[in-house]
Design a protein around this ligand. Sequence first.
Ligand SMILES: Nc1ncnc2c1ncn2[C@@H]1O[C@H](COP(=O)(O)OP(=O)(O)O)[C@@H](O)[C@H]1O
Ligand SMILES: [Mg+2]
Length: 252
Amino acid sequence: MSVPLLRVADIHTYYGDSYVLQGVSLTLQKGQIAAILGRNGMGKTTLIRSVAGLTPPRAGEITYRDMSLRGKQPYAIAQAGISIVPQGRRIFRSLSVRENLLLPTSVLARSSKGRNGDEPGQRWDFDEVLKEFPQLAERINHLGGSLSGGEQQMLAIGRALMANPELILMDEPSEGLSPRLVLQVQAIMRRLRARGHAILLVEQNLELALSVADEVYVISAGQFVFQGAPAGLANAAQVLDQHLGVSGAKMV
Ligand SMILES: Nc1ncnc2c1ncn2[C@@H]1O[C@H](COP(=O)(O)OP(=O)(O)O)[C@@H](O)[C@H]1O
Ligand SMILES: [Mg+2]
């Protein structure tokens, strides 16, 4: 078995005295999607923040490829190949679509040589991102704040891609989107995986998570209470009912 792209080993993450992640472990292989499901306040965003170096764990270990992320600043983690699509998009409302997209490249200034394992033709740049999101190309000079919710989500994903990540952390990308746009997000995630990206996806949309994920985790009060294949969760009526508030009978 090759070294996983991401390995989270028994992490414990706090905000001050507040003990949030209480021993969380997962592994993610290159080109795979892992989905984290769970109710509000259970620690999903804290897991993303732990990996991105924004709220580093106080104990436990996070390894990216063969590099420990311990003590690494968020920008160094981004430079190593991990991009974040934050909850609520967090685009710059008073900057244009173009400026939103170009900002990370100017900040990260990654070397033009690819990282290990990058295959030619797979790198993202401004033109590639606009090809992927034609809606953004049409609105390239519009302000971020004037975009619809769906367009803002595309912009947040496009901005993450501009840093040429190998691993993308997506925090509730479907939040507040219409069913049609949720399908668009689903299609984007599948295309990203087909291009070799790995995704750590946080979702409250169970159907979306089950339809794209290779592995599913359910978090409750800072601990995983389920880990397995999507089909396994679809059949785990007790987990669905107790931790996700979904009646098993509703699942097809
Ligand atoms: N910046 C913070 N300071 C203190 N507590 C926080 C902070 N952010 C989140 N929390 C708390 O940590 C817990 C987990 O939050 P979070 O990871 O955001 O949950 P989720 O993303 O699953 O909704 C919650 O109880 C929340 O109130
Ligand atoms: Mg959250």
